[in-house]
Design a protein around this ligand. Structure first.
Ligand SMILES: Cc1ncc(COP(=O)(O)O)c(C=O)c1O
Ligand SMILES: Nc1ccccc1C(=O)C[C@H](N)C(=O)O
Length: 428
């Protein structure tokens, strides 16, 4: 990793050695203003379209066209059991048992459903710990959940903040806060990777610390699923949810994944919001009174499956499996991001101009690098876009670059580095 070079030849050599290089051809890559494929570093917001997605959806259009309601029972993949076809690949993705996962709804909806079960404050144990500056939807979800219990957000929600002069959280500080909160702490809910800084949290250590004080521990894995190696079962995480439209390339507004640890698999007493699709399938259609949840995460389902988003998701997850799953993706990802980091450091820009705030250790980040740009950040963002580098801008002054192992190449990273160097030359 120490012998990176900034040249196109060197990048081409890395691409030639890359076992995943052909997966790029399985995606539609948007074009840059010059008509060439762009350098798409925005998979942390919306992953690219797998070429297989359209046919997957068309297959369900065909079933609907030809079979109507009978599509629930006939056709290539009957809708009645469609969601079950996602369980194995989803379980592999997050390091879970199939009974621990289900695909349904959207992310914020699932966060609410899980908090109903896993944030049940009492008079003494009512605090919930989250990252300060978490993605706004998570903040709003938490605030409203707290209010639902008649509590004041300011009193119940504890936000973790970096130390003065630092941009990211120290694991030791997270663990110390959990310990300090002790038996006042009901629930810990953090991102697996923070959307703004790109910091990945030590989920195993945080879960252990939370459990040691008797709290529930869950994670919003929007920026972690398809990005990090996850071992949710072995880490003993209580609950988690994620979206599928970022690193899982399942399309805008795509369906969402849920994890509930096996120890809650047979806990019908655990409070939840219920719907018929979470009811025991043996008599779901008997139309009887009295909810009896299915075992596992499936028991949190409300509604019958969203076939069209799931069809895309299934095609997209198949690509992850075909590529060798997360271990293969993560190996390449670490190299891609390290190469990008090397190219940014080569610019030798003073921290007052531009600094990478994402942690340097691979274990503390996913693929994304967040650059804090203190001067003319918007201008740099526009400069990148004009040169065909699609990044994103997050207020007040961060540019996020996310090279994704399934469809980005080392050549992409080298080109982005080149554009940054041009900008830095101009900026002098
Ligand atoms: C951490 C996090 N939480 C929640 C959301 C919102 O998800 P959704 O719109 O699917 O509910 C996003 C991204 O949009 C996110 O990054
Ligand atoms: N779904 C979207 C729709 C429109 C605009 C952005 C999003 C995002 O996903 C933002 C992303 N969660 C982020 O980390 O900024």
């Amino acid at each position: 990793m120490t012998s990176f070079q900034p040249t196109a030849e060197f990048a081409a050599e890395l691409d030639a050695q890359d076992a995943l290089r052909d997966f790029r051809n399985r995606f539609h890559i948007p074009l840059a203003p010059n008509g060439q494929p762009s350098v798409y570093f925005c998979g942390n917001s919306l992953g690219l379209q797998p070429k297989a997605a359209r046919a997957a959806v068309e297959q369900e259009f065909d079933s609907w066209e030809k079979l109507g309601v009978e599509g629930h029972f006939h056709g290539t993949s009957p809708w009645m059991h469609y969601h079950e076809t996602l369980s194995d690949s989803t379980a592999r993705l997050v390091g879970a048992k199939p009974v621990e996962v289900v695909v349904m709804n959207n992310l914020t909806t699932n966060l609410h459903l899980l908090l109903v079960s896993f944030y049940q404050p009492t008079a003494t144990r009512y605090k919930v710990l989250m990252e300060g500056g978490a993605f706004p939807s998570d903040q709003y979800a938490l605030e409203s959940q707290v209010k639902l219990h008649g509590l004041a957000p300011d009193e119940a929600i504890v936000e973790l903040r970096p130390r003065a002069g630092e941009h990211t959280l120290r694991t030791e500080d997270i663990l110390a806060t959990i310990q300090e909160l002790g038996d006042s702490l009901a629930t810990v809910i953090l991102g697996g990777v923070n959307y703004y800084t790109g910091q990945a949290f030590d989920m195993a250590a945080i879960t252990r610390a939370g459990h040691a004080v008797g709290a529930m521990v869950g994670f919003d894995l929007a920026h972690a699923a398809g990005n990090l190696l996850l071992e949710l079962h072995d880490w003993d995480v209580d609950f988690a949810c994620w979206c599928s439209y970022k690193y899982l390339n399942s399309g805008p507004g795509g369906t969402s994944g849920v994890f509930v640890h096996e120890r809650f698999a047979n806990r019908p007493d655990l409070l939840r919001l219920a719907g018929w699709w979470g009811h025991d399938p043996a008599d779901r259609f008997q139309m009887k009174k009295g909810f009896r949840p299915m075992a596992g995460a499936a028991g949190w389902q409300l509604s019958n499956a969203q076939i069209f988003p799931m069809a895309i998701h299934r095609a997209a997850l198949a690509l992850v499996d075909e590529a060798g799953g997360m271990p293969a993706l993560r190996r390449k990802s670490e190299q891609l991001t390290a190469y990008l980091e090397y190219l940014v450091h080569r610019l030798e820009l003073p921290a007052e101009v531009l600094e990478i705030i994402t942690p340097a250790e691979p274990a503390a980040r996913g693929c994304q690098l967040s650059m804090l740009v203190h001067q003319n950040g918007r201008q740099l963002f526009d400069f990148l876009a004009a040169a065909g580098v699609i990044a994103d801008w997050r207020e007040p002054n961060v540019i996020r670059l996310a090279p994704v192992p399934l469809y980005n190449s080392f050549g992409d990273v080298q080109r982005a580095g080149q554009v940054l160097a041009e900008w830095a030359g101009k900026a002098k």
